[in-house]
Every structure is written in C-alpha cells, then in structure tokens.
Ligand binder design. Sequence first.
Ligand code: ZN
Length: 145
Amino acid sequence: MNAENPPDILRQTSKLPWIEFGAGIHYKVLRTSAETGDWTVIFKCAKGSGFPPHFHHGAGEYLMLSGVMDYRAGKAVAGDYGYEPLGVYHESTTFLEDSELLFTNHGPVAFVDGDNNIIMMLDWKYFADQAAAAEATAAEQPALA
Ligand code: ZN
C-alpha cells in the first residue's frame, strides 16, 4: 500500500479568471511548477492577435481548442497538437480566427527584439505571480449579485 498517495490537481477552468496579457490575448493559469519550471495555461487569442518573436528556452506543446494559429509549422486548427522543441525560434505566431489553445511550456519563453535581445521572459514565476494577483483582486471585489 502506498501511504503517500499524492493529491491530484483538478482545475475547474470555467471558474478561473481570464487575465489580460495584452494585444488581444488573455490566459488562464492552470498550473505552474517552481520545481521543474513548467507552466500550463489556456491562451485565448482574438482574431488578428499574435505573439512577437520568441525563443523557447524549454520545449512547448499545445492542443488547439478552437480557432486557427498560423506559425512556422503551419496552420493549426481545433484538435491539432504541436510540439515546439527546446531552442526553437518563432519569428511570427498569428491567430487567423478567435482562438483558444491549451499550452504547456517546459521552461521559459524569451521574447526578443530585432537583435535577439531579451525584452520579456515568460516563465513559471510570471504566471504564478499573475495568477496570485488575479485571485487577490477577485477576493477583494464583492460578489456580483
Ligand atoms: Zn513559440
């Protein structure tokens, strides 16, 4: 018998707040790990939005839930799965329709400028901090009748 059966994590995503990322993109934080650096989110991306150029300093993987994502590998539609290897560079990622995707990155994503200088680092800590701030804000607001 295993006396230390670890707790499961069940995230009821319909109850999680959308957090604004900017430029038509929102996300819900499902899980972050300080131990492995993994982070899992649902991205909601408005038609015409996109991610600026970035490097994956950890492999990533996604499942398209709805919409169309156009990037280096092609056009991903609902039901499509993609694996983005460690070190891959994505010059352009755009959403041709309102889209949602489940996304896990096994480490940070570094957004870069035209000279490959890092201008923003997306990592587990960023998402953990943003989720904690959103929960604190939600707790301060009176419940809507
Ligand atoms: Zn990417």
